[in-house]
Design a protein around this ligand. Structure first.
Ligand SMILES: [Zn+2]
Length: 187
């Protein structure tokens, strides 16, 4: 995601900040449903105007060092054919956010190569999912996960957008994946 500054920091301890915990309940404007993209998804219940902070991406606040440790463990799981889901958001502050917790319903929001929402960090290192355009009732929310190029093969994308590259990769890196795929398709 956005590049944070690595470095050693004092441990705040897991779940140091209790604020913002809502036991995994979605805001009234949203509902959970079977996704057209993948598994479960999050849908607009009502009209949501462009620019609205739809939901906060909450989670465990962890140090950059702990985030790196968890990412290495995750990549090892992925390499072994297991679950390689990414839930850690890098922030510009001292802590990153591991959203892979039951009390973060925003983790259910799927990636799309043509997303209708985006993830934004505020001045306090909190992550918000913000509507990029007006959302109609019943629309599934999506944002660009912004994955790095290193592990694109482990994350196929089924978003169905015309510009979908077939893998979950940050927008600015998709041309590289297209080039690799085109080269592989040549006889
Ligand atoms: Zn896609």
């Amino acid at each position: 995601m956005s590049s944070g500054q690595p470095g050693a920091h004092k441990l705040a301890g897991p779940r140091a900040r209790a604020g913002g915990r809502r036991r995994g309940r979605l805001p009234a404007t949203l509902r959970l449903g079977r996704s057209g993209v993948h598994g479960w998804g999050v849908f607009a219940r009502d009209f949501i105007p462009e620019g609205e902070r739809v939901i906060e991406y909450v989670g465990e606040r962890i140090t950059k060092a702990e985030a790196e440790r968890r990412d290495a463990a995750r990549l090892a799981r992925l390499a072994a054919g297991g679950d390689g889901c990414v839930y850690v958001f890098e922030t510009r502050t001292r802590h990153d956010i591991d959203g892979g917790v039951t009390w973060n319903p925003a983790r259910r929001i799927n990636h799309s190569c043509a997303p209708n929402c985006e993830a934004e960090e505020d001045d306090h290192g909190r992550i918000w999912i913000v509507a990029r355009r007006d959302l109609a009732p019943g629309e599934e929310l999506t944002y660009d996960y912004g994955f790095s190029l290193e592990e694109w093969r482990g994350h196929p994308c089924r978003c169905g957008a015309p510009e979908c590259v077939g893998y979950i990769v940050a927008r600015g890196q998709r041309w590289r994946v297209r080039r690799v795929l085109a080269a592989a398709a040549r006889p």
